[in-house]
Design a protein around this ligand. Structure first.
Ligand SMILES: [Zn+2]
Length: 173
């Protein structure tokens, strides 16, 4: 379009176009071409501005993605560290349990394991201030008297939840 405008201008300047009608039409075309060129330049400018805006948004979003990724990496690293810690703790507890279990008579251990499976993972409970800490129920007076009368070797059971009751100095007997 620019080339056409230049060509028109050259024809006009050369003086080869002599008819007034042709001259007029040539001039009109030059004016029209100039206007269209102006319009197109405006469009190009607008596109460039929009492209700049889009580029800024891309930069902003890229930064946000990086920030979120960094947070995610950090959270994953902390999760992995926590898992390692828990694995190590579980290994220690498993070893501790083996040591304790080896010292418990076989039939008592069997009873404990059975109760533990039945009672949501807790097979034995502390008797604390006359209360079974497994089911939280307080022993009635008859039960308290039975516990008091039992020898230290007797395996006591909670009447309510059947868990093995562990007597301590705080049992309230
Ligand atoms: Zn109980």
């Amino acid at each position: 379009m620019r080339q056409r405008a230049v060509r028109d201008q050259q024809r006009l300047d050369s003086g080869t176009v002599s008819s007034p009608k042709d001259l007029e039409s040539l001039q009109r075309e030059i004016v029209s071409l100039a206007k269209r060129q102006g319009d197109l330049e405006d469009v190009v400018l607008e596109i460039m501005e929009r492209r700049e805006g889009a580029q800024e948004r891309v930069t902003e979003l890229t930064a946000r993605v990086s920030a979120v990724q960094a947070k995610l990496d950090d959270a994953l690293a902390r999760r992995d560290a926590a898992i390692s810690e828990l694995d190590a703790e579980a290994a220690t507890l498993t070893k501790d349990r083996e040591v304790v279990a080896a010292a418990v008579p076989a039939d008592l251990l069997k009873l404990y394991d059975k109760l533990r499976a039945q009672q949501g993972g807790v097979g034995a409970a502390r008797l604390y201030q006359r209360r079974c800490e497994g089911c939280r129920l307080e022993l009635n007076i008859t039960e308290v008297n039975d516990v008091k009368a039992a020898s230290p070797d007797t395996v006591l059971r909670c009447e309510n939840c059947h868990r093995i009751l562990i007597r301590t100095s705080e049992s309230g007997l």
